[in-house]
Design a protein around this ligand. Structure first.
Ligand code: GLN
Ligand code: ZN
Length: 743
């Protein structure tokens, strides 16, 4: 006789997919470079998926998720699955089309890419029009169910929910005014019904539909869409059980709507969305449902506070029909395994939980008795808020005064040309860093190579005719990790990679103590670059918000306080650069938008302290020192007033990749300082034409006075090859000179 099967009491919503040693990255890059076949790529994918399922089953998950793997991005997977493929990408194999949408081709630029909610993961933005002919065009979710079953693992397929998919999509070019992708909900739901039937036939007992958009402020139309979508899917004639996963916050008004539909299970983020636990109406709505109680955070690297988690579970158990212990969100945003970090201080390592450890935590929590008496008050975790007192941001002279001082000092032409900071990170640089780490290269030898690269980059820029030069950042493995390695209070990992987009990963440092700058960080490189040329060279720093956003912050201090500690370190570095004679200093803040709370409430407060921290970092600069900042891939147009309030003299932003949307809106006309809307996209290997660059630049000149327009690419050039960079910058400089002469 077999034992009666108890329902799985623990689960996770998703798992990292890049591979513990970034196997997928290497396979993708080999395939793109023509060094490997599509079969090779698929073989690596299959191996990673199987490895993951086996591991999750071994850790004790009865039904691990499937279809959480992706060759590039899960939103793009969904568009491909539904055949939401703009015609310009069609042709070639399905794989060609897929990568064309992600990366462009020689002639067609890729789809837009932007950040996934408040994370540093970027998704590909689908284009949906009134005529997009949705149909079930692939079988990836089904194939993964079969694949897992072949190795003896029953899985729960994960799909992106229709509402989130459509809310994240943008209207196809040429769609009539007033059209929104959400208008197509009925057609998309029809395809999902077909898919659910196929998954049921394949033997999937439950399907997970991810709806993180439900934790944002939804319009009445979107709330209606939630109702319509899940009522219809719930009434599908043959379907598996439905788990709708909300995450990254609390679902608020969407929860009773969702709970009113026939879906069997709801996923709640009880870390970032802990306020659901204090909302009697929300708790009441859970009656009769299974709840996947997300008590183990998928957004940090710390071990779970067991008492808090158990208290949350107790509260949910009092209201829901059944409770499954889960992660707050998919584990896509944390690294694989803290145990692999043998170089970390053991005391710190013991406090860490990466994906592996988080899986063990959900299993362990599910096995614990719901200890202690009901009704014990929940230990309140205060949401990271600004502390009562933060240092004064300080201020500089008015922009006009500074602009005059800088013009006299720098003597730049109109439409000055510059780049965002990094030049190609070539294989020789990475090899030199590896050799240094392995002791095969002395510090002096490494230093010499970096200095030679700086000289190379400076000479190249002189030859190309750029006006404000950069040193090219050859010494930096990463714009955040580099600073983390030189500041107290940070630890860096060896294998702690997290996917950022496609094959790109970052290793977010871990902030575990007070941040201090023991010594100047960038000054000697800046001094070297300066010594090589008569032209101005920009000093290059990462801003306090971005350093913290792209790290895992300590849990025991309000976020604002951590950011201000970093601001103090950046401020000291700005002062030292100035003292070394650097008269243009860029302090990048590409993550400013990323930390914006997902709901309107709290956004103003966040922007106030984030802007104040930036000003704290930069307000010590003299009037004639030109402060630049840079933001990218972030819908910066939504927070343009705050960007203006940073009070940087010049701001460069991504614009070309998003088709100039920052210039199209009204906000840009109120922008009172220098602005460099990127004139070409750097995330794609294709070299822009002069006509494209000219179009971007003319759009900037239409929106802003010529005296405040800068000419630059969308972002840094680190991921590109020198040949592409030279060709693109030659064109950029030529176009700038031509329009300058016209003015
Ligand atoms: N200065 C950095 C670079 O050029 C900025 C990168 C970024 O915005 N992400 O690479
Ligand atoms: Zn950028």
């Amino acid at each position: 006789m077999t034992a009666e099967r108890t329902p799985p009491a623990a689960t996770i919503l998703g798992y990292p997919r890049i591979g513990p040693r970034r196997e997928l990255k290497h396979a993708l890059e080999a395939y793109w470079a023509g060094r490997a076949t599509a079969d090779d790529l698929h073989r690596t994918g299959r191996r990673l998926r199987e490895q993951t399922w086996r591991r999750l089953a071994a850790l004790g998950l009865a039904t691990p998720p499937s279809n959480t793997f992706s060759l590039y991005d899960h939103v793009l997977d969904t568009a491909a699955l539904l055949d939401a493929v703009p015609d310009r990408f069609r042709g070639g194999t399905a794989l060609d089309t897929y990568f064309a949408m992600a990366r462009g081709t020689g002639t067609v630029p890729p789809l837009r890419m932007t950040k996934w909610f408040d994370t540093n993961y970027h998704y590909i933005v689908p284009e949906i029009g009134p005529d997009t002919a949705f149909r079930l065009a692939g079988d990836k979710p089904l194939a993964e169910v079969r694949e897992a079953r072949r190795i003896g693992v029953a899985t729960r397929p994960v799909l992106l929910g229709p509402v989130t998919f459509l809310l994240l999509a943008q209207a196809a070019p040429g769609a009539p005014a007033g059209f929104a992708p959400l208008d197509r909900l009925g057609d998309v739901v029809a395809v999902y019904r077909e898919l659910l039937a196929a998954l049921a036939a394949e033997g999937a007992g439950q399907v997970q539909l991810d709806e993180p958009a439900l934790v944002t402020d939804l319009t009445p139309a979107a709330l209606t869409a939630v109702e319509t979508c899940y009522s219809r899917l719930g009434r599908s004639p043959s379907r598996p059980e439905l788990l709708v996963a909300t995450y990254f916050g609390h679902p608020g008004a969407a929860l009773p709507v969702l709970a009113g539909t026939p879906v069997e299970a709801i996923g709640l983020d009880l870390v970032r969305g802990a306020q659901t636990l204090a909302d009697p109406a929300a708790l009441a709505a859970l009656a009769g449902k299974t709840v996947v109680a997300g008590v183990v955070s998928g957004r940090d690297v710390w071990r779970t506070d067991r008492d808090r988690a158990l208290a949350a579970l107790r509260t949910v158990r009092e209201h829901a029909a059944q409770v499954v212990v889960g992660t707050s969100c998919p584990l896509l945003h944390v690294p694989y395994d803290a145990e692999a970090e043998t170089g970390l201080d053991p005391a710190l390592r013991r406090r860490l939980a990466f994906a592996e450890q988080k899986v063990a935590e959900v299993v362990e929590l599910a096995g614990l008795p719901a200890r202690s008496a009901p009704g014990t008050p929940l230990p309140a975790a205060p949401p990271p808020a600004a502390p009562a007192t933060l240092p004064e941001p300080g201020s500089r002279a008015p922009y006009q005064v500074r602009a005059a001082a800088q013009a006299a000092h720098l003597r730049l032409p109109d439409l000055p040309t510059t780049t965002i900071g990094s030049f190609p990170q070539t294989g020789d640089l990475r090899a030199a860093r590896a050799a240094l780490a392995a002791g095969r290269l002395t510090a002096a030898e490494y230093e010499e190579r970096v200095r030679a690269k700086i000289e190379h980059v400076v000479r190249l820029q002189e030859r190309l005719g750029l006006d404000v030069l950069v040193h090219g950042e050859p010494e930096r493995n990463d714009m955040v990790q580099y600073f983390a390695e030189h500041l107290d209070g940070f630890a860096v990992t060896r294998h702690g990679w997290v996917q950022s987009y496609g094959s790109r990963c970052t290793r977010p440092p871990i902030i575990h103590g007070d941040v201090r700058r023991p010594a100047p960080i960038t000054v000697r490189w800046a001094r070297h670059a300066r010594s090589l040329t008569e032209r101005p060279v920009k000093g290059m720093l990462t801003g306090p918000v971005t350093i913290v956003a792209w790290s895992f912050p300590r849990p025991d201090l309000p976020l604002a306080q951590v950011v201000f500690q970093v601001a103090e370190a950046v401020r000291a570095e700005v002062a030292d650069l100035e003292a070394a004679g650097v008269s243009v200093i860029q302090v990048d803040e590409p993550a400013l938008r990323e930390l914006l709370p997902l709901r309107r409430a709290g956004q103003d407060e966040y922007l106030a302290w984030a802007v104040a921290a930036y000003r704290r970092a930069t307000s010590g600069a003299a009037d004639r020192t030109q402060i630049h900042t840079h933001l990218c891939y972030s819908d910066a147009e939504q927070i343009l007033a705050a960007v203006d309030a940073l009070d940087a003299d010049v701001t460069s932003v991504e614009s070309a990749r998003s088709d100039g949307r920052i210039l199209a809106g009204p906000a840009v006309r109120g922008f009172a300082r220098g602005l460099g809307p990127g004139v070409y996209d750097i995330h794609s290997p294709r070299v822009p034409t002069g006509a494209e660059i000219e179009k971007s630049l003319r759009a900037a000149l239409d929106a802003l006075p010529a005296a405040r327009v800068w000419v630059n690419p969308d972002c840094g050039l680190k991921t590109r090859a020198y040949a592409e960079v030279e060709a693109a910058l030659t064109t950029m400089v030529a176009v700038a000179r031509r329009l300058r002469a016209e003015a």
